[in-house]
Every structure is written in structure tokens, then in C-alpha cells.
Write a protein that binds this ligand. Structure first.
Ligand code: AKG
Length: 291
């Protein structure tokens, strides 16, 4: 696909509500749009200085500092994609960004919570022509051993992301009140490792005429904020350049632990069902302690 390609799927509209740094945010209008749609975009959330800190972190993470790093090249693709999570404890620049930038101040109002707890960070790099590295429809919450609704993903674009490689959201799906099964990203035809069979399978969102799919092009430093119940997906990277993002995931005061099988990133051996999750691994960053 060339860089001038446009989305041909008429189902996808450029309707993610967008707010600008000059407006001072997140204001009440941004929080209201997030509550209605389950996602908003904050333009220019981070400038070149903070983006440089993240890039420093990426260099460290990819040179061995991140102990939870996967680099995958799908069959037939020229480029690989890399994911790393919970790297903040090993990667100092990621720690700086999470604790010293204004990201917590932006995130906290969306949760309408007395506290803001760091859940984990996530680095996603789709190298040029990782064409098959598509992200299937999923709800982040399907992977979490958590109960509660105050869980958000703050996803900062590190590259220009035209709409054809942008994340897609099922508008308002956070309000459906159902967590579906987790999808196996590596092979969506196979069951996810920690599949919860009692949950409903992910519906065919692309074929559902009532599902409104929204997306938006992004520039470096723009940040999406979405709820962990919101369905989203993304195509592979068919461009001739990198498409990377760094996300920070936060929880608020209605969230408790659910002691079920899940990836180690999201679990803590000492937490029991019903516990608040705030601890060394999931530290309190704003507000009143909840342990
Ligand atoms: O950017 C992508 O392809 C997927 C990102 C995503 O789904 C996530 O961070 O939860």
C-alpha cells in the first residue's frame, strides 16, 4: 500500500472525538466524549522532548533491558513487529516518562477516581512492511485478571500514522456491559492460552451493520485514551516505515483483582480475588492509597 492510500472500507469513519492541547485538557467535554464513545484522541499530548525520552527507552528495551520482549516476523512479511510490556521497572527512560511527565495528570480525570494506579506499560513497534501484523478485534479487559470498569489505555503515537494503519474502535462498545473471550493475537484461529470459555466469543464486528467503526490519523505525540472494555483492532503495517506506539495502562478505585489465569504481566502472586491491586508492581501514582 502506498502512503497516499485511503481507507476504502465505507464502514470506517474518521470520527474519533479529538481535543487540542490549547483547549486545556482533559476538560469536561473530553471526559464526556470518552464516556460516550469509549475512546478520544488528544492532539499534541507530548512534544519532542518527551518523545525523545521514549525513544531512548526503546533503544534500551530493544538492546536487552526489557525482560519481556517478543519480536515476531510473520511468514511472508519483510518487517517484524515487537512488543514489550511491564518494562518500566528495567528501563529508566520509560520510568521517567511514566512518573515525571504529565501523563498521569492527563489520565486521572478520565477515570473519575480517588486514585490512579499504574497497571503496565506496553511498547508496540510494527516495522515497515509488517503487513500481516494485524491486531484482531479485542477488548483489553479480556486479558486482565481484574474486575471493575475504571481501566484505561493511554496510547501515544511515536510516528505519523495515517488512517489506513490506524487503530479502529467500535464506538460505544465499552457500554455493552459484556467482556468477551480473549483473542489469540498470534493465531486468531486458535484458542488464547488463558481462554475463559464461559465468556461469549468475539462477535463478527466487521459484518455487524449496527457497529459503528471509527478511526483517526495520528501524528507523533498524539494520544488516544480508551476504556479497557472498548473493542478495537488494527491492520498490519503496509507502509515503508515504522509505526510505533508506547502505551501506559492505568486503573482507578473500582478495580479489584480476580485470581484467574492470565499473563504474568497482569498478575501478582500475593493478590487474592477482591484485593485492590496497588502494590510495588502496580504502584499508586496519584490520589489516596487503596491497599
Ligand atoms: O496498534 C495496534 O495494532 C494494537 C494496539 C492495541 O490493540 C493495544 O495496545 O491494546
Amino acid at each position: 500500500m502506498s502512503e497516499s492510500a485511503v481507507i476504502t472500507d465505507p464502514k470506517i469513519s474518521d470520527k474519533v472525538s479529538t481535543f487540542y492541547v490549547e483547549d486545556g485538557w482533559p476538560g469536561a467535554d473530553a471526559v464526556m466524549a470518552y464516556k460516550r464513545d469509549g475512546v478520544v484522541c488528544l492532539r499534541g499530548a507530548f512534544g519532542p522532548d518527551w518523545l525523545a525520552v521514549i525513544e531512548e527507552g526503546i533503544d534500551e528495551a530493544l538492546s536487552g533491558a526489557s525482560t519481556n520482549l517478543d519480536i515476531v516476523k510473520k511468514k511472508g512479511d519483510a518487517g517484524s513487529f515487537s512488543v514489550s510490556s511491564q518494562a518500566w521497572r528495567q528501563v529508566r527512560p520509560f520510568r521517567r516518562f511514566i512518573f515525571d511527565s504529565h501523563i498521569a495528570d492527563i489520565a486521572w480525570p478520565f477515570l473519575e477516581s480517588s486514585s490512579l494506579t499504574l497497571f503496565y506499560d506496553f511498547l508496540l513497534i510494527k516495522q515497515a512492511h509488517s503487513d500481516s501484523a494485524a491486531t484482531p478485534w479485542h477488548q483489553d479487559h479480556a486479558y486482565y485478571p481484574l474486575n471493575g470498569k475504571k481501566v484505561i489505555n493511554c496510547w501515544t503515537a511515536l510516528d505519523s500514522i495515517p488512517i489506513e494503519t490506524a487503530l479502529r474502535f467500535y464506538r460505544g462498545s465499552h457500554s455493552l456491559g459484556v467482556i468477551h473471550q480473549a483473542t489469540n493475537f498470534e493465531n486468531p484461529a486458535e484458542d488464547y492460552k488463558h481462554l475463559r470459555r464461559e465468556r461469549a466469543a468475539v462477535p463478527n464486528i466487521d459484518a455487524d451493520p449496527s457497529a459503528e467503526i471509527i478511526a483517526t490519523a495520528m501524528e507523533p505525540g498524539d494520544m488516544l485514551v480508551w476504556n479497557s472494555h472498548t473493542f478495537h483492532s488494527a491492520p498490519g503495517n503496509s507502509l515503508d516505515r515504522r509505526r510505533a506506539a508506547f502505551s501506559v495502562n492505568w486503573v482507578g478505585d473500582d478495580v479489584t483483582y480476580d485470581d484467574v489465569p492470565a499473563l504474568d504481566t497482569y498478575r501478582h502472586p500475593e493478590l487474592k480475588t477482591g484485593d485492590r491491586i496497588t502494590c510495588d508492581k502496580f504502584p499508586l501514582v496519584r490520589g489516596i492509597g487503596s491497599t
